[in-house]
Design a protein around this ligand. Structure first.
Ligand SMILES: Cc1cc2nc3c(=O)[nH]c(=O)nc-3n(C[C@H](O)[C@H](O)[C@H](O)COP(=O)(O)OP(=O)(O)OC[C@H]3O[C@@H](n4cnc5c(N)ncnc54)[C@H](O)[C@@H]3O)c2cc1C
Length: 404
């Protein structure tokens, strides 16, 4: 216990010293954003849990919230985290854990400074929850891999310079064993990004077609055949990025519900709805505190299955609260201010100021980043130790698994 406390005190001192140095040398209110974010990376304050020299300080991720709080307080912005959510939230941890030194030096800093946006290309029309079933192929040709296939639901693919791509490199071994992970230049010949319209009227995601796209072997992440392990690192980080975001007390969806309640005329204030509002407020706060506690407990490295708990709970609660807000808005809830004009947003609209859009967008929460059913499977098997689902194709060569 004593050594834990000493380690905590040491970590706090290092983080605070680094924040003070950053804010003194680069006052955020007077420093252009990319320059500030670059300096933040160089001071080890981009993602504190990662090693020194790679944008971190090798300390617990719990300190990141303090770093971000101090930056915002000093007039700076952390909008790079939301605008490059796939890169910063998921790609960075993957490259730190599995990338070569060259890849780490090349990709991490411009990812953090928002100079290079990233997207994730895992899902396919025939592979979502069962990601290991994917069919996009990569075949070695000299020192390049030639990729053919289709990905779908590629968030921010229309803005991305780089994509995290999982491919099938060996169809003759069981499905999990024949995968390889690459970084792909989205500006390569043969990459075709097409918008997919969403219920909100906008297209924040895409389908992506690959026709004979050449990827140099030095953009492979991990060994040939190790794609499943690398992809798991990305997905564990994704669940934390989606469900583990700690907002201030009373912020987010519950703030929109409270606002809708306050706008309700006094005679129309149904006491049953007030009770429900309070219940949601308490649940939102309990979830916020649980997430904070999980962050406190986190040490370093890749998040474990506990990220699935936050993701599952957040999805259900966010959907329930945004629906409730629509109820409170009454007839106004049936309108859609701004209309359904087709737009190509530069950020995912999970945290939108419009309660109408928040309601529609929240329908995706129990699907994106792994469905709620799949989160329950993970928690049952990996946290509670319950027996696994029957997996009849586990040992069959992928080529022999029936597909529709
Ligand atoms: C807003 C949004 C953004 C996304 N962004 C990306 C992205 O950037 N990159 C990317 O690669 N993907 C992305 N996705 C895709 C997402 O990861 C998949 O939609 C998700 O994994 C589910 O896969 P699926 O859509 O193929 O559904 P399916 O896997 O076909 O599932 C259909 C239904 O069956 C249920 N089901 C499936 N298997 C089981 C099981 N074993 N046990 C119990 N129930 C099961 C599911 O829960 C679901 O209800 C995004 C999705 C959304 C909605």
């Amino acid at each position: 216990m004593a050594s834990d406390t000493t380690a905590t005190t040491d970590q706090r001192a290092r983080v605070e010293e680094s924040i003070d140095a950053l804010l003194t040398a680069f006052p955020p209110a007077r420093t252009p954003e990319p320059e500030f974010w670059g300096a933040q990376f160089d001071h080890g304050l981009a993602w504190v849990q990662h090693p020194e020299g790679l944008g971190g300080l090798d300390v617990s991720p719990r300190w990141q919230a303090e770093v971000d709080r101090r930056i915002v307080e000093a007039g700076g912005s952390t909008r790079n985290r939301t605008q490059n959510v796939l890169g910063i939230g998921m790609g960075a941890g993957t490259i730190v854990a599995h990338g070569t030194e060259e890849q780490q030096q090349r990709f991490l800093r411009p990812m953090f400074t928002l100079e290079e946006i990233w997207c994730q290309m895992f899902s396919e029309p025939g592979a979502g929850s069962d990601l290991a079933a994917l069919a996009t192929s990569a075949k070695l040709d000299g020192d390049h891999w030639i990729v053919n296939g289709q990905k779908v639901w590629t968030t921010l693919g229309h803005l991305a310079k780089w994509g995290m791509l999982v491919t099938r490199t060996d169809p003759d071994v069981p499905k999990h064993a024949g995968l390889t992970y690459f970084i792909v230049d989205m500006e390569s010949d043969g990459v075709d990004v097409r918008p997919l319209y969403q219920i909100t009227g906008e297209a924040e995601f895409n389908e992506v077609y690959f026709t004979d796209v050449a990827i140099p072997d030095d953009l492979r992440v991990g060994d040939v055949g190790q794609g499943w392990t690398v992809a798991m690192t990305t997905l564990m980080n994704e669940r934390v990025a989606i469900g583990g975001n700690v907002q201030p007390r009373g912020a987010g969806a519950i703030a929109q519900a409270v606002e809708a309640w306050e706008r309700t005329d006094a005679p129309d204030r149904d006491p049953a709805k007030r009770d429900q509002l309070l219940r949601y407020w308490v649940e939102a706060e309990a979830m916020r505190l649980t997430t904070l506690r999980a962050k406190e407990a986190a040490k370093q490295g890749t998040p474990g299955p506990e990220g699935s708990t936050a993701k599952l709970q957040w999805a259900d609660l966010n959907k329930a609260i945004t629906s409730f807000t629509m109820d409170l808005l009454g007839p106004e809830g049936m309108t859609y201010p701004g209309g359904y004009a087709f737009t190509r947003p530069d950020v995912t609209s999970n945290r939108t100021p419009s309660p109408h859009k928040a309601f529609l967008r929240s329908r995706a929460n129990s699907i994106e980043g792994g469905t709620s059913e799949v989160m329950k499977n993970i928690l049952g098997e990996r946290v509670l130790g319950l027996p696994g689902e029957p997996r009849v194709d586990k040992n069959l060569p992928w080529r022999e698994v029936p597909r529709s």
